[in-house]
Design a protein around this ligand. Structure first.
Ligand SMILES: Cc1ncc(COP(=O)(O)OP(=O)(O)O)c(N)n1
Ligand code: TZP
Ligand code: MG
Length: 208
């Protein structure tokens, strides 16, 4: 397995959220185990995405944390992020790999073994697999696949599987038992009254 962080914190840029405050709380706890994925709302401008990503890259650097950019790979390149994440409505994996280059971290979304194997063949570094559980963070998703869906994908590929969708501290053990290498969260940290503590609990559950 590559040295990819196990805790993926996806920025929550919905109104009233403070993604940089959450990141400042999580970084000193998770350090190099943290992968921060800069994800902005669809109607955000590229300039807004760029400015947030630039801040995130700067905050991650002293901790050895990894910054990725969701969807907007030109923003990833512009801020010298470590890579990006693409899904079904974004650039195809092979095209994303060409854009980012051979050394970049490239994630893609998968929910079943066939799609996962195709993404691996096309050059992904890791797979974001889900939604594992119900989530209120993103609308229009298919039904949750649960730990058994994660198990099916993890058994079919040899890249790290990052479970996403409604992940909480309590759900991490079952996801790990199903073969997840790590987890990606929005609400578990963004809505936590104590993001530093929740980060510590997530890291403990992911590395024990
Ligand atoms: C780690 C991880 N897994 C899945 C996703 C979802 O990506 P996508 O399907 O492209 O949906 P959007 O996030 O772009 O709305 C992800 N971002 N990260
Ligand atoms: C972007 C995305 N893709 C699948 S689930 C999801 C949102 C995950 O957010 P949360 O951790 O709050 O359920
Ligand atoms: Mg996408």
């Amino acid at each position: 397995m590559p040295s990819l962080g196990r805790l993926h914190l996806i920025t929550d840029t919905r109104p009233g959220r403070d993604p940089l405050a959450v990141l400042r709380a999580a970084l000193p706890v998770a350090r190099a185990e943290l992968v921060v994925q800069v994800r902005v709302e669809d109607d955000a401008t590229d300039r807004e995405a760029y400015e947030l990503a630039q801040r995130v890259v700067g905050l991650c650097r002293p901790y050895g944390a990894t910054c990725l950019v969701n969807d907007r790979l030109h923003v990833a390149l512009a801020v010298a992020a470590a890579g990006g994440h693409v899904g079904a409505e974004d650039l195809p994996v092979a095209a994303a790999r060409r854009v980012l280059g051979a050394g970049a971290v490239l994630g893609a979304t998968a929910r079943e073994p066939g799609g996962a194997a195709a993404a691996v063949a096309a050059g992904v570094t890791y797979l974001g697999v889900g939604p594992c559980h119900a989530t209120t963070t993103k609308a229009g998703l298919p039904d949750p696949i649960g730990p058994e869906g994660v198990r099916a994908v993890a058994g079919a590929v040899d890249v790290p599987v990052i479970a996403i969708g409604g992940v909480t501290v309590a759900s991490v053990p079952a996801l790990r038992a199903a073969g997840a290498y790590g987890v990606a969260v929005v609400g578990a940290l963004s809505a936590s009254p104590d993001p530093a503590r929740t980060t510590a609990e997530l890291i403990e559950a992911l590395t024990c």
